[in-house]
Ligand binder design. Structure first.
Ligand code: PEP
Length: 251
């Protein structure tokens, strides 16, 4: 089954308006002619509008790094799916390990965010991944299964076309330590089988599963050659137009 690759750049809490516009323009320029894959940028909320404007004539997708489930209301510090759309975004990330670890977001909250994003038609990337201790205790598959079952609770089969899952082992994020291609492929295959069991095989076959964790220009080709790796969620290397440019041109 051929799935359309998706390379997503998570800019985290980086970039002023000027940095963001330069980076987005450079990346959009490098995307022209890339017809067989999608490129998504997730800048900070403060520059969503500017980035959306800069990439408007390209096929680049713009998304937010998190999203609330409500359209509006008393949710201080949150951004709604409608606001993301209004700023030109059409996607969102939920459940990033930094949200889970630093801000103590749990599966129930992440599931709520995911359902909210989907109800407003956002392409939504659900991040999952085990810590080093969990891997060493042999709990990787149980952790991933729990995060996916709880995160996708209440998500209907018909909404799965807008869901992307990113497998990001916590020990590989921002550490320079990448999972081996075998370790990554093993978890991706597990996720696809799980989705097949939870929904149906055709949905699992269509689901895009991204790998994230110190992806760079030196390891992207080998990762993308794996059968169940359909793309990458990139942090550090997404902040540099040259390295991200090479990643989106993976071979
Ligand atoms: C991330 O933030 O999702 C990530 C994978 O970061 P890095 O590529 O820097 O490890």
């Amino acid at each position: 089954m051929k799935r359309r690759a998706l390379i997503a750049g998570n800019w985290k809490m980086h970039t002023t308006v000027m940095d963001a516009c330069h980076l987005a323009a450079d990346i959009a320029g490098q995307c022209s002619g890339l017809l067989d894959r999608d490129v998504l940028l997730a800048p900070p909320f403060t520059v969503l509008s500017e980035v959306s404007h800069v990439i408007r004539e390209s096929a680049v997708i713009v998304g937010a790094q998190n999203v609330c489930w409500e359209e509006k209301g008393a949710f201080t510090g949150e951004i709604s799916p409608v606001m993301i759309r209004d700023a030109g975004g059409s996607a969102a990330i939920v459940g990033h390990s930094e949200r889970r670890q630093i801000f103590h977001e749990d599966d129930a909250l992440i599931g709520k965010r995911l359902r909210g994003a989907l109800s407003f038609g956002l392409l939504t990337i659900l991040c999952v991944g085990e810590t080093l201790a969990e891997r060493e205790e042999g709990r990787t598959f149980g952790i991933i299964e729990g995060q996916i079952r709880n995160g996708l609770a209440g998500v209907e089969a018909g909404q799965m076309a807008k869901v992307v899952i990113a497998y990001e082992p916590v020990w590989a994020i921002g550490t320079g330590k990448t999972a081996s291609t075998e370790q990554a492929q093993e978890v991706h295959a597990f996720i696809r089988n799980l989705i097949s069991a939870m929904y149906e095989k055709s949905i699992a076959d269509q689901l895009r599963i991204l790998y994230g964790g110190s992806v760079n220009q030196g390891n992207v080709d080998a990762l993308m050659a794996q059968q169940d790796i359909d793309g990458a969620l990139v942090g550090g290397a997404a902040l540099n137009a040259e390295s991200f440019g090479r990643i989106i041109h993976f071979r």
